[in-house]
Ligand binder design. Sequence first.
Ligand SMILES: Cc1ncc(COP(=O)(O)O)c(C=O)c1O
Length: 435
Amino acid sequence: MNPIAEELNREMREASPTAYALLSRLGRELFFPKGILSQSAEAKTKAHRFNATIGTAIEKGEPMHLAVADQYFNLPPEEVYPYAPPAGRPGLRRAWKAKMEQENPSVKGKAISLPIVTSAITHGLSIAADLFLDPGDVILSPDKLWGNYRLTFETLRQAKISTFPLFNEQEGFNVEGFAAKLAEEAAQRSKLVVLLNFPNNPTGYTPTPEEGEKIVELVTERAKQGTHILTLCDDSYFGLFYEDSFKESLFGSFCDAHENILALKLDGATKEYFAWGFRTGFISFGTPSAKANQLYQGFEKKVMGCIRGNISNCNHAAQSVVERMFDQADFAANRAEKHEIMKARALKVKEVLNTAPYQEELVYYPFNSGYFMCLRFADLQVETLRLHLLEQYGVGTIAIGLSDLRIAFSCIELEDIPALFELILQGVRDLRAKN
Ligand SMILES: Cc1ncc(COP(=O)(O)O)c(C=O)c1O
């Protein structure tokens, strides 16, 4: 093992034996090398004559660039063309932390880390997998999950996703099912990953405050019994809450819940700020350790090493735009306006589905947030329905498993929602008539 990694591990283990115990083999090996980037960073502060360190180009005191590219940017060249720092633009990291604290009062006053910029949430999940997952490790997740988790955690890292039914019969978060699966998996191992994605893809569900509290209580209870638990909050759709759900990230409660819990938050501008192609996301850490900052410094170095070795660094121009968005006087109003549009769509879907004839003919899972909702069919093959809707009516939906049809109401204008469901119902009736 590289001596720098050994030193990081020593410091991290001293700060939090749990965090160290949770690290994968690769997680232990990771470090940020004293290579070009750190020599260049050193030169930036001290090379007052000439800085000939890094593989970019300077012309007349600014980053060399092509005018044909620059005509599309309304940003200083320094914020577009040079490599972004490996952990992201410092100003953006501070702004994102302030945003997190403002939107999650439960985080206030707790020693959470400075968020590290990732190439959006997929990359954050991938970094988490590198840091913490060895083949055979178990990730506990609701059975309604984003399909790409399978690729990231199972195919690429050979970990195993163990699921419990997200909903109970009362159509709420299945606290009992979660408790049972948690107990079952924790009894078989000393390390467990709990992956929670709310607002949920594909159902659009976020737990109520009481359900949220119960989830945290159960995880804390297991941690007290000695299991090292990594909580991964995939907050991709954070903030898009439309009804009386919990309106904070569970990260805020997990981050100081117990010394045997290490909390991670994955979030970003992609879904929250409708900037999917920017690929700007964040990974943040939370621990109740008295030496939290020592731990976070270690994680920052390991994450930087992981980023450097995989993608070198994240898109700079997009980071600059997100950072500057926070400074705009009309940022909050602009975002609120889009939130209202999404909320109106979600509520319209409910209104349609709660009236005849939909009420009698279509069943849906509870939803109160995010981009999606799901219909549930006990009597039809959803893949057959999907193809029928596509070919017969020109309606695109997503078939999930055998019984669920996901509808991204986020992509449908308010006035088109009744027509969309009219066509879906027609397609359903066609297939039912054939059965
Ligand atoms: C639950 C969930 N997590 C993560 C992602 C990936 O988001 P990003 O585009 O920020 O990588 C998605 C995107 O569909 C998602 O639904």
